[in-house]
Design a protein around this ligand. Structure first.
Ligand SMILES: [Zn+2]
Length: 277
């Protein structure tokens, strides 16, 4: 049944929007202090994530990690867990509500309830120049979820085993010696590193387009608490055409960890202060 357009429809549409979560009261990420610590940091380890695979890595609080495009354009689906308790994990939806649909330098990666604290802070982004393109697309989104075999099966009837959800599950099982039943519920919606996405203006549908990332581009992140990171080199490659298949050209992603040479004068964020009555 179609419904009548009300006579004041134009007036109602013309109401100006207000920001749901004004974020000026959030604690300052203090990028200057972090830049100083990073200048003096030294590399302590690295991990190469093979194409269509996932890997986990540890980043102690106060350390930095860098995700770099190597060999060719490639998108990475990233999860973060508190090393002390992996049930506290990255909350992409609330991060989106606080910072916007796409993240860049200065944005924080917030943890799930009840912690709701910054797990990490983005300190460098070589794709910061991209901004928002004419299609409404931008880079490093928190609007997608992660490619997964269930949605793929729902839409195509096929089974594909190298989706980012599967890769992250397998990587966490290996890292923490967990069964799939234990690991899979800990995998969560991602930060889509290097992925270029948006919503179509006419239908509001989630779109992707070939990532502008090129070898040498990187995203660097400061660990506010002890972290386990998970990264999947998405089977969609640069996500210019499709994912959840073996047809896209895929490349590895490099993860490097850097330790500060002195103490970073920065308190670890406490869990959220809210108390139930
Ligand atoms: Zn993926």
């Amino acid at each position: 049944m179609s419904h009548r357009i009300p006579p004041d429809s134009a007036e109602r549409r013309a109401i100006a929007p207000v920001i749901c979560y004004p974020n000026e009261t959030l604690p300052d990420p203090d990028l200057a202090t972090l830049a100083g610590a990073r200048d003096a940091a030294r590399k302590t380890g690295e991990c190469l994530v093979p194409p269509r695979e996932g890997r986990c890595f540890h980043v102690p609080a106060g350390h930095f990690f860098r995700i770099t495009s190597v060999e060719g354009p490639q998108v990475g689906d990233m999860n973060l867990w508190s090393a002390a308790d992996p049930r506290e994990r990255f909350y992409s939806g609330k991060t989106r509500a606080l910072h916007g649909t796409h993240l860049t330098r200065g944005d924080r990666l917030w943890s799930s309830f009840p912690g709701l604290r910054p797990m990490a802070t983005i300190t460098e982004d070589t794709l910061e120049w991209y901004g928002i393109d004419e299609f409404g697309g931008s880079v490093h989104d928190v609007i997608g979820t992660r490619c997964d075999p269930y949605t793929h099966h729902l839409l195509s009837g096929d089974d594909y085993h190298h989706c980012c959800h599967s890769n992250l599950t397998n990587a966490l099982m290996a890292e923490l010696n967990l069964t799939r039943e234990m690991a899979e519920p800990l995998v969560h919606d991602v930060l889509n590193v290097f992925m270029c996405t948006g919503f179509t203006r006419d239908t509001g549908q989630y779109f992707m387009k070939a990532s502008p990332v090129r070898p040498g581009d990187y995203l660097e992140i400061f660990a506010e608490i002890d972290l386990i990171g998970g990264l999947s080199a998405c089977p969609g490659g640069d996500c210019g055409s499709q994912h959840s298949s073996d047809t896209a050209v895929c490349h590895p992603l490099l993860v490097e960890v850097f330790a500060p040479t002195g103490p970073v004068s920065r308190p670890r964020p406490a869990p959220n202060g809210y108390r139930w009555p």
